[in-house]
Every structure is written in structure tokens, then in C-alpha cells.
Design a protein around this ligand. Structure first.
Ligand SMILES: [Cu+2]
Length: 122
């Protein structure tokens, strides 16, 4: 009996702790990290692991010199609030860095990260 109760307690503790791990991380991106593209992308799209609050989240894209090449606000790409894009200026060949920050819609936790992609010379 005691063992069963301990098990139930353990399970409920695990259940209570689970949301703390549910931050909005990057699940996938287009372009993907470290990809080399023959055609310059017109936007960057990020899929997060959970719904984010777009007002408090953002994506910026910079060229090798650090100049911003993204334009306009986040564009919602699905109904679930997990997928957002940002439009880009016409990109010359070079290495580009994407910085993102997100606030979880569920618990308000902040996450951030970055990745890179390359546009190849034609
Ligand atoms: Cu969280």
C-alpha cells in the first residue's frame, strides 16, 4: 500500500514538473541550420515546440556585416501559434545569421537561440 502511494506521489510530482520543461524551443526552421542554398530565400520560417506569444517574440536576420536583412513583423504561418515567418530583403550571396527569441504562450518562459545559413554565389 505504501509503495502504491509513493508511486502515485512520484507520478503527480512528475506531472506537476512537466510544464516547466515545456518551453518554446526551435523544432525546425526553413532554411535549416547550416544549410547552403543556391536560391536566396524570401523568408525565414521557424516552427516552435509550443505556442508562443508573438507580441513578445521575434526573429531577426543579419548579414555577415551585422546589417539587418529582415523586413516587417512576424507572420503567423499556422493556427496553433507555433509557426512564424519573417520576410527578407533580396539576399546577396553570403552567410546569414538568424537570431530568435520566444515567450511561451503557456507559461511566459523566455527562450532564445540562433542559427546560420549560406546563400551560394550563382
Ligand atoms: Cu516553460
Amino acid at each position: 500500500m505504501f509503495k502504491l502511494r509513493l508511486l502515485a506521489l512520484t507520478l503527480s510530482l512528475l506531472g506537476a514538473a512537466a510544464p516547466a520543461f515545456a518551453h518554446a524551443f526551435l523544432r525546425a526552421s526553413e532554411p535549416a541550420n547550416e544549410t547552403a542554398l543556391k536560391t536566396a530565400p524570401k523568408e525565414v520560417v521557424i516552427t516552435f515546440t509550443e505556442e508562443i506569444a508573438p507580441r513578445f517574440s521575434g526573429i531577426t536576420v543579419t548579414d555577415a556585416a551585422g546589417a539587418r536583412v529582415d523586413t516587417g513583423p512576424l507572420i503567423a504561418k499556422n493556427q496553433e501559434g507555433t509557426r512564424f515567418g519573417i520576410a527578407l530583403k533580396p539576399l546577396a550571396p553570403g552567410v546569414y545569421s538568424v537570431q530568435w527569441h520566444a515567450v511561451s504562450a503557456d507559461d511566459g518562459h523566455k527562450t532564445a537561440g540562433s542559427f546560420r545559413f549560406t546563400v551560394l554565389a550563382p
